[in-house]
Design a protein around this ligand. Structure first.
Ligand code: DX5
Ligand code: ZN
Length: 219
């Protein structure tokens, strides 16, 4: 089985030194960078948008995994045409998901759908053929540093079984509460990509050390 990819989220990084923090992840061996765009409507917080993502594009070669926690995400997609590798939209605010995923793919980007803990798998099943990845939220989105909701790993395993049974190549990304202590379980459940926010950016240890520890623990 392919090694899991580690996608640090900058949400708990030092925003006053963002370029440095991003470079630290790249030097530390991150596989991609997870960028949490929050609009203050779908989730209470507001983080950053395309202007900041454009600036970060100039300081790293890491692929960008854009997580749009925004209502009407289809209106924002084009702003990431130059910078994103993957654009992920939430199913809960995407009534026209087929068209939205099609738009993302026509832009030459990988298309992902995010699913909240309370949303049933059935809401995304029809989209399996159109997806490059499914992002399973193992927390309720909005903040970094929350505890993983363990039952969501069972949901990951169910999605993995459905994708495999249908022959769909979509990857599974887990977002929320991933730590060295549970990353192996995420991989066992069927994740190919793990978002690591506070387990990478925290005051306890340097970024590179945290990434190395996560990779070791992933097995
Ligand atoms: C929260 C974001 C996550 C967040 C994860 O809504 O989607 O990407 O940064 O942070 P941790 O890894 O600390 O749970
Ligand atoms: Zn995220």
């Amino acid at each position: 089985m392919a090694l899991v990819k580690i996608a640090p989220s900058i949400l708990t990084a030092d925003f006053g030194r963002l370029a440095e923090e991003v470079r630290a992840a790249e030097l530390g061996g991150a596989d991609m960078l997870h960028l949490d765009v929050m609009d203050g409507r779908f989730v209470p917080n507001i983080t950053f948008g395309a202007v900041v993502v454009d600036a970060l594009r100039k300081v790293t070669r890491l692929p960008f995994d854009i997580h749009l926690m925004c209502v009407e995400p289809e209106r924002l997609i084009e702003q990431y045409a130059e910078t994103a590798d993957t654009i992920n939209v939430h199913i809960e605010v995407s009534p026209h998901i087929n068209r939205t995923l099609d738009t993302i793919r026509r832009m030459g980007k990988r298309a992902g759908v995010c699913i909240n803990p309370g949303t049933p798998i059935g809401a995304i099943e029809e989209s399996f053929p159109d997806l490059d990845q499914v992002m399973v939220m193992t927390i309720n989105p909005g903040w970094g540093g929350q505890q993983m909701i363990p039952a969501q790993l069972e949901k990951v395993a169910r999605i993995r079984r459905l994708l495999d049974a249908g022959g769909f190549p979509a990857e599974i990304e887990i977002d929320g509460g991933v730590k060295a202590g549970n990353i192996a379980q995420c991989v066992r459940a069927g994740a190919n990509v793990v978002v690591c926010g506070s387990s990478v950016y925290n005051p306890a240890k340097p970024v590179a050390e945290n990434i190395a520890e996560l990779r070791r623990a992933a097995g």
